[in-house]
Ligand binder design. Structure first.
Ligand SMILES: O=C(O)CCC(=O)C1=CC=C[C@@H](O)[C@@H]1C(=O)O
Ligand SMILES: [Mg+2]
Length: 376
């Protein structure tokens, strides 16, 4: 296939509820939607997960727009692509900027699967027809509010509860939830809010039978996490520290984690995510698919990735209705009793809703050969 045109739409959507982590709170979500169009006029769709502020990673909507427009599009337009893995190779000379790369690469994966009359899950090698999903709950105003919020999601059938924690909002709130729900699969995500000086506090997490503690230490660390994992019974799960297969290999060899949260945008795309999957399966490292508060296109990619066999733990891909009054795909992603049925439609399997996309679009750039930016 030849990519003849790439459309980059700037979107602005507002989540139903604010989402608070150890970094802060967000509710408005500007993001970029990517559409890749081939020589036959077929379209594939991808979504950038970069936020407007570089608190989770170094990328932003603006850095993504620049790198996509000025660097990645010129590398891809008019190229003969036989398999989406070639996009990963084409982009390899560009350092990092993984969320920008993943947004475009995801559109090519969707296009490839559609041309091959496959679901994206099949194109990736996934076999599951349903995926188990959990829910990620932001920091709440009180432990009572957290307990009630958790109760609501347990009643909806979500298979695992992920709570955000930070110093001062950790042990007591986990204790309250564990006492209220002794058997619920429970985990905590610290988003790097602690250091090894907090090791005595972190060891207290072992009292609550957590599935894991996610990224307790620095966002770019694997050394201190290895020291922490030696002291902790609770499995450490890495998120922000893992940007590539190489990062995963080093973390596993050092013993920095027993679980990895794979996010397509953080690792640079589905090809790299699949490499991490294949490596971790061989090493007995459990995987789950993290979320970045995606709209429907990104959510659809997460569903497809989670069909791979090594994704053995419920991820953060909740239903569209958890985030949006209305999503930009039809049908929306629906979780029933903590399960999402993998769509049977070709590619991502959900139809981009062009009316809704237009409604939330605030800008668009169209790249074709005659006006693609020169590669600086
Ligand atoms: O519901 C989701 O999409 C998961 C949201 C979530 O937990 C996160 C999104 C983005 C950054 C973090 O705060 C956090 C995570 O680290 O997984
Ligand atoms: Mg995380």
């Amino acid at each position: 296939m030849i990519i003849k045109e790439i459309r980059m739409r700037r979107m602005e959507m507002r989540m139903k509820h604010p989402f608070t982590t150890s970094f802060g709170t967000m509710q408005d979500k500007p993001f970029l939607l990517l559409e890749a169009i081939d020589e036959e006029g077929n379209s594939g769709w991808g979504e950038s997960v970069a936020f407007t502020y570089p608190w989770y990673a170094e990328e932003t909507v603006e850095t993504n727009a620049h790198v996509i427009r000025d660097i990645l599009v010129p590398l891809l337009l008019e190229k003969e692509i036989n398999h989406p893995d070639e996009v990963n190779e084409l982009f390899a000379p560009i350092r990092r900027n993984n969320m920008a790369k993943a947004a475009i690469e995801g559109a090519v994966w969707d296009l490839y699967a559609k041309r091959n009359k496959q679901t994206l899950a099949e194109a990736l090698g996934g076999k599951k027809e349903k995926i188990d999903v959990g829910i990620s709950i932001g920091i709440q105003d009180s432990k009572e509010q957290m307990v009630e919020t958790v109760r609501g999601f347990i009643e909806q059938g979500y298979k695992r509860i992920k709570m955000k924690i930070k110093p001062g909002t950790d042990i007591e709130i986990i204790r309250a939830v564990r006492e209220a729900f002794p058997d619920v699969p429970l985990m905590a995500d610290a988003n790097s809010a602690y250091t090894l000086e907090d090791i005595e506090l972190l060891k207290m997490l072992d009292d609550f039978d957590l599935m894991m503690v996610e990224q307790p230490l620095a966002h770019d660390d694997i050394i201190d996490h290895a020291k922490l994992q030696e002291e902790l019974e609770t499995p450490v799960c890495l998120d922000e520290s893992i940007h590539s297969l190489e990062d995963a290999r080093k973390a596993v060899e050092l013993g920095s984690c027993r679980i990895i949260n794979v996010k397509i945008g953080r690792v640079g795309g589905l090809t790299e995510a699949r490499k991490i999957h294949d490596y971790c399966v061989g090493k007995g490292i459990a995987l789950w698919c993290g979320g970045m508060l995606e709209a429907g296109i990104g959510r659809a990619h997460n569903v497809a990735l989670t069909t791979l066999p090594g994704f053995t733990l419920p991820g953060d891909t909740a239903g569209s209705d958890r985030y949006w009054e209305e999503d930009i795909i039809t049908p929306e992603v629906v979780a029933v009793d903590g399960e999402i049925t993998v769509p049977s439609g070709y590619g991502i399997g959900y139809e981009p809703d062009l009316e809704k996309i237009k409604k939330y679009m605030v800008g668009e750039e169209v790249f074709r050969t005659e006006n693609a930016q020169p590669n600086r």
